[in-house]
Design a protein around this ligand. Structure first.
Ligand SMILES: [Zn+2]
Length: 282
C-alpha cells in the first residue's frame, strides 16, 4: 500500500529509504482538482517530505514548505511521527504556463523550508532553509545536505498515472557521518549511480516486491532490510482547531467573513468544511 522501507548498505556505511505510495496520492488529491503539472510538483514534494521525515528521529510533526513567487506560491506537506501525511498547494490557475519544464517555471524564486516540531518540547524546533535551485525539488534538497549538513545524499522520485490513479515512489541514500568505506567496497558515487538506475517499470511492477526492487539495485552491497513503516493520509483538522484559529481575528474581521450569518471555513488539506454561526464564536 503506502510505506517506507528503511535499509542499510555495506554494514551501515550507507543508509537508505524506499518509499512507495500506491494509494496515498489519490487520497491526497481526491478533494482537489489540480491541473496535472500542479499534481506532479505536489507529488514530488510529498515523496521528498516522506523521505526526509523518515530519516529523522522525532516525536511530533515534520513539515516541508516550498514558497515561491511563480504561479505556484506555496506547497505544504506535513508528516507526523506515526506516519500521517497531508498536503496542500496554492497556485494561480491563470498564471500557469502551458508547459512547465522546470521548477522555476512553476515556482519562480523562493525557498524550501523544513521544520521539525517536537511534540514534547518547545525548544526542540529544528529548521532547515534552502533557496530553490535546479530543475526540481530534489536539487534544492541535495544542495541543502551538501552545504549545511555535509552529508553525502542522493535521492530520486518517480511517478506515473495508471488507469487514472497516481502512483509515486522514491529512494534516498546517505553516507552516514563518521563511517568510512572499506577498501574494495563501492564508494558513495557508485551507490548513487546504482540508485539512479531504478526504473519506473520495476518500481511500479505489481509482481515485484519492494524487497526485490532493492535487491536488484543493491545485491552486491550487503543489503540489510528493516521492517516497513506504513504511511497514510489523515488530516489533523477539527472543529475546535478551526474555532481557535478564528478566535485570533477581531470582531470586525469576523463580521466581514459572514455569508448569510455563517462563516464557512474549508480545510485546505482535506476539503472538509466547518460552519460557524455568530453564537458559536462568542
Ligand atoms: Zn482537514
Amino acid at each position: 500500500m503506502n510505506y517506507v522501507l528503511p535499509f542499510l548498505l555495506e554494514e551501515g556505511v550507507y543508509r537508505g529509504r524506499f518509499v512507495k505510495c500506491e494509494t496515498l496520492m489519490d487520497e491526497l488529491l481526491q478533494h482537489h482538482a489540480y491541473p496535472p503539472m500542479v499534481e506532479e510538483v505536489l507529488t514530488q514534494a510529498v515523496i521528498v517530505a516522506v523521505l526526509l521525515a523518515s530519516s529523522l528521529k522525532y516525536e511530533g510533526l515534520f513539515t516541508l514548505q516550498v514558497q515561491g513567487d511563480g504561479p505556484v506560491t506555496l506547497i505544504v506537506v506535513d508528516v507526523s511521527d506515526d506516519g500521517r501525511v497531508r498536503a496542500s498547494v496554492r497556485y494561480d490557475e491563470e498564471k500557469l504556463p502551458k508547459q512547465a519544464a522546470t521548477l522555476s517555471d512553476l515556482m519562480g524564486k523562493g525557498v524550501l523550508v523544513f521544520t521539525v516540531d517536537q511534540a514534547l518540547s518547545e525548544n526542540e524546533r529544528y529548521q532547515g532553509v534552502v533557496e530553490l535551485n535546479g530543475s526540481d525539488l530534489t536539487d534544492s534538497v541535495l544542495s541543502y545536505f551538501d552545504k549545511s549538513e555535509h552529508i553525502p545524499t542522493d535521492l530520486v522520485w518517480l511517478t506515473q498515472v495508471k488507469d487514472g490513479h497516481r502512483q509515486a515512489a522514491g529512494l534516498m541514500v546517505q553516507q552516514l557521518p563518521g563511517k568510512a568505506v572499506k577498501p574494495g567496497k563501492d564508494d558513495f558515487e557508485t551507490i548513487s549511480v546504482l540508485m539512479q538506475s531504478v526504473r519506473k517499470k520495476e518500481v511500479f511492477d505489481d509482481s515485484l516486491s519492494p524487497e526485490q526492487v532493492l535487491f536488484r539495485l543493491f545485491h552486491a552491497n550487503l543489503l540489510l532490510l528493516f521492517p516497513k513503516k506504513d504511511i497514510r493520509f489523515e488530516c489533523r483538522c477539527s472543529y475546535d482547531k478551526v474555532k481557535k484559529m478564528l478566535a485570533q481575528f477581531s470582531n470586525e474581521q469576523l463580521n466581514d467573513m459572514y455569508e448569510d450569518g455563517i462563516i464557512h471555513i474549508t480545510c485546505q488539506f482535506c476539503g472538509k468544511t466547518y460552519d460557524f454561526k455568530k453564537e458559536d464564536l462568542s
